[in-house]
Write a protein that binds this ligand. Structure first.
Ligand code: HEC
Length: 255
């Protein structure tokens, strides 16, 4: 009896031990905690940062990543005018059709079009990226735990691989990626994108701005949601006071 309990314990310890080893291999460094304008119950987006972030996305990330859920007209939320949005859309070509003759044709994008994907299909995207698929970025800050901090840390966290990590060609070391190995080369470097304002053109600033933009893309309704939350709390606190008054009045004569 004693022996069998002992052997169950030994097996249990071995199982728990191996599970821990396995998860240690997949462990990623905890993202750096940044102070975003959009965090907290009163958080809002910074429109200038959104526009800069869009510029970074468009000039850098969009050559590999799609942004399927965003239409050009949604960019109004970033503070662009209708005319500006038309011009931005017209820089892109989309596939339309079929026309009267049954053929598909290309035309400049309109504000109602969605961002076209940089690759024709998944296979083409993988082929161009050493077999790795660049995921759609529309919901990336929601799809990853602690998304905004994670994407920021990932973009700025590239390092030389420690000796015990063997990289194959096309692989890069990044401690924030689960497993530490990522197929995306560090996409940002200083002075890569020209800003129209005085904001510093450093890789770190690009990362902050593009994360603000991607967070907006994933959660365009965030400001309205938070405003509503504050209104609801305000209403509930006034309502609680009124109800307290009512309660006192009703129970006034009961001792
Ligand atoms: C040259 C192509 C290329 C460019 C440019 C590029 N990426 Fe990537 N990205 C990839 C590939 C390929 C992967 C998939 C990596 C993997 O699975 O190992 C990826 C993965 C990612 C991931 C997901 C990581 C995860 O947790 O799975 C994020 C986030 C990301 N990229 C953000 C960006 C941002 C933001 C930019 C622009 C600043 C950018 N990328 C520019 C190719 C690119």
């Amino acid at each position: 009896m004693k022996n069998s309990i002992l052997s169950i314990l030994v097996v249990a310890c071995a199982v728990i031990g191996s599970v821990q080893v396995a998860s240690a291999a997949g462990d990623a460094k905890t993202p750096r905690q940044m102070d975003w304008s959009f965090s907290g119950p009163f958080g809002t987006y910074d429109k200038a940062a959104l526009q800069r972030g869009f510029l970074v996305f468009k000039s850098v990330c969009a050559s590999c990543h799609s942004l399927d859920l965003i239409a050009f007209r949604n960019l109004e939320a970033l503070g662009y005018e209708e005319g500006q949005i038309k011009n931005i859309a017209a820089e892109y070509t989309v596939m339309d059709g079929p026309n009267d003759e049954g053929d598909m044709f290309e035309r400049p994008a309109r504000p109602s079009d969605y961002f076209p994907s940089p690759f024709a299909n998944t296979a083409a995207a993988k082929y161009a990226n050493n077999g790795a698929y660049p995921p759609d970025l529309s919901l990336i800050t929601k799809a990853r735990k602690d998304g905004a901090n994670y994407v920021y840390s990932l973009l700025t966290g590239y390092k030389d691989a420690p000796e015990y990590v063997q990289l194959m060609s096309g692989q890069h070391y990044n401690p924030y990626m689960a497993g530490g190995v990522i197929a995306m080369a560090a996409p940002l470097s200083d002075d890569q994108v020209a800003y129209e304002d005085e904001t510093p053109t450093t890789a770190d600033q690009y990362a902050k701005d593009v994360v603000q933009f991607l967070n907006w893309a994933a959660e365009p309704e965030m400001e309205a949601r938070k405003r509503m939350g504050v209104k609801v709390l305000f209403f509930l606190s006034i309502f609680a006071l009124v109800m307290y008054g009512v309660k006192r009045k009703i129970w006034h004569d009961v001792h």
